[in-house]
Design a protein around this ligand. Structure first.
Ligand code: ZN
Length: 140
């Protein structure tokens, strides 16, 4: 029977949306939460994937993002500041919306799946606040 499992991850991160006409254009941060959601056929032990192994799919990326400023490469104002100071920064080539962060994490999770796995569908849900999230998915 197709079964879905999920594991949650949390990190703190700064960002801004330069294109935004409201408050999101300002430097600010969130306590982000990501849910990695895997669907597949459980093995003979009843496991789609060991939760410990799920952590390995994404924890290094979470550690990279934790307490960084996630900066869109086109945000030249903030980039210039960050590059002249020794602050933890991750430069990406997309606007740092929850939607795009979810897509980045999804691509990372898919790339980290072991050669042999039982997963047929991967979803990543990113909560920017406790009330708002973006979710992306891919059927393998
Ligand atoms: Zn924000």
């Amino acid at each position: 029977m197709q079964t879905t499992i999920s594991k949650q991850f949390r990190w703190e991160m700064g960002h801004r949306l330069p294109f935004h006409t409201g408050l999101c254009k300002n430097l600010h941060g969130h306590s982000y939460e990501a849910h990695v959601i895997l669907t597949g056929e459980p093995d003979d032990h009843g496991m789609v994937m060991d939760y410990f192994d799920m952590k390995l799919l994404i924890q290094n990326k979470i550690d990279e993002l934790d307490h960084c400023f996630l900066c869109d490469t086109s945000d030249t104002i903030v980039r210039a500041f960050l590059e002249t100071h020794s602050m933890k920064t991750v430069i990406v080539d997309f606007p740092t919306t929850a939607e795009n962060i979810a897509r980045m994490l999804l691509e990372h999770v898919v790339s980290q799946l072991p050669v042999a796995h039982r997963v047929s569908d991967v979803r990543v849900r990113v909560y920017e606040t406790e009330k708002t999230y973006a979710e992306v998915g891919r059927t393998l």
